[in-house]
Ligand binder design. Structure first.
Ligand code: NAG
Ligand code: NAG
Ligand code: NAG
Ligand code: NAG
Ligand code: NAG
Ligand code: NAG
Length: 276
């Protein structure tokens, strides 16, 4: 009996291990269920899974710093389409190759990475140590990026992530505040790059311009920011290049952008925008 059990366990381990190796990827056979699996990037910097913000009981898929206590969420997928119960959530690769979130209804997704595939055969989603969730097409050994979360930011810009306009695709990446600490839904404050005319960093609350800054002047600026700026025929964008991995700039519903870093076991605010 015992040896049968042991044999079974060994068999089980051999059977299951190969599926568990890629803890940073979602494959068609390996979805994420609420509270069962969390993705962790390869060097453990970021994690992805279901969570409930603040006092809310609703469920969202988010990405957060893996090694920082009091989970700080940096990206939310279904921010305006929460799941109302704590058991049904599923993040999965659909048979059409897309990346979907399902609630109670396992046929109609409540959220989907917005892509169309011409031949959907071999996609997977991978969480990188930059905090970027990337949907990849694995075609004959080469990987093509189909969609990435950094093109659709929530309220936080992470190190090495771009804000601004990709002139080739027309995609403009900007931050939008959460509604409140309990609700990551699209709030009223936006922060990004206005590509028209002389490019500016702009912070809006609703339709009210709170702050703007001509980013062409960034060269001469040193606000401890290591902010880089590109303006050419392909794009007009900014990027934060801090040395510290756990750092980010967040647009808050109150109308400030707070850039902070995790050092010596606490959050340190590096600066606020608009600055005094
Ligand atoms: C959660 O509720 C408690 C008690 O009502 C309150 O003190 C706290 O500020 C709330 N937290 C958030 C994030 O809303
Ligand atoms: C959650 O509840 C809200 C309000 O009752 C509803 O509008 C929404 O469709 C529900 N979401 C899901 C995924 O069932
Ligand atoms: C998906 O993409 C189409 C075309 O680019 C756009 O019109 C639509 O609003 C997008 N949907 C979402 C949910 O982002
Ligand atoms: C994916 O589909 C295309 C078109 O049907 C095919 O050429 C390609 O070899 C397929 N790739 C894989 C990995 O199956
Ligand atoms: C797949 O890759 C192999 C080796 O690089 C190549 O010989 C083959 O033609 C490729 N197949 C397709 C469908 O591209
Ligand atoms: C956003 O602005 C509108 C109009 O001023 C207001 O009604 C709403 O409460 C604001 N939302 C938040 C989350 O503050």
């Amino acid at each position: 009996m015992n040896s049968t059990k042991r044999l079974f366990r060994m068999f089980f381990i051999f059977l299951v291990l190969p599926l568990c190796i890629s803890l940073d990827t979602i494959t068609p056979n390996q979805p994420i269920r609420d509270d069962k699996v969390v993705l962790v990037s390869s060097r453990n910097v970021f994690a992805l899974g279901f969570f409930s913000p603040g006092n809310s009981s609703k469920r969202y898929i988010g990405v957060w710093y893996n090694n920082v206590p009091n989970r700080r969420v940096v990206w939310v997928a279904n921010r305006d389409n929460p799941i109302n119960d704590t058991s049904s959530g599923l993040l999965a690769i659909h048979e059409d190759g897309g990346l979907n979130i399902y609630g109670k209804d396992s046929n109609i997704p409540i959220w989907s990475a917005n892509i169309t595939l011409s031949w959907p055969n071999n996609t997977m989603a991978k969480l990188f140590d930059t905090g970027n969730l990337v949907l990849l097409d694995n075609n004959n050994g080469s990987q093509r990026v189909l969609w990435q979360s950094s093109d659709h930011p929530s309220d936080t810009v992470l190190r090495h992530m771009k804000l601004g306009l990709d002139r080739r695709s027309g995609l403009n990446r900007f931050l939008t505040s959460w509604k409140s600490q309990d609700d990551p839904g699209t709030g009223n404050c936006t922060y990004g790059v206005n590509p028209n005319g002389f490019p500016q960093l702009i912070l809006y609350k609703g339709t009210t311009l709170l702050w703007r800054f001509a980013i062409g002047c960034l060269g001469g600026l040193n606000h401890n920011s290591l902010l880089s700026y590109v303006n050419n025929e392909n794009e007009v964008s900014i990027m934060y290049n801090e040395a510290d991995e756990v750092t980010g700039a967040v647009v808050e519903e109150s109308g400030v952008v707070r850039r902070s870093t995790w050092t010596d076991d606490q959050w340190t605010t590096l600066r606020f925008t608009p600055w005094e």
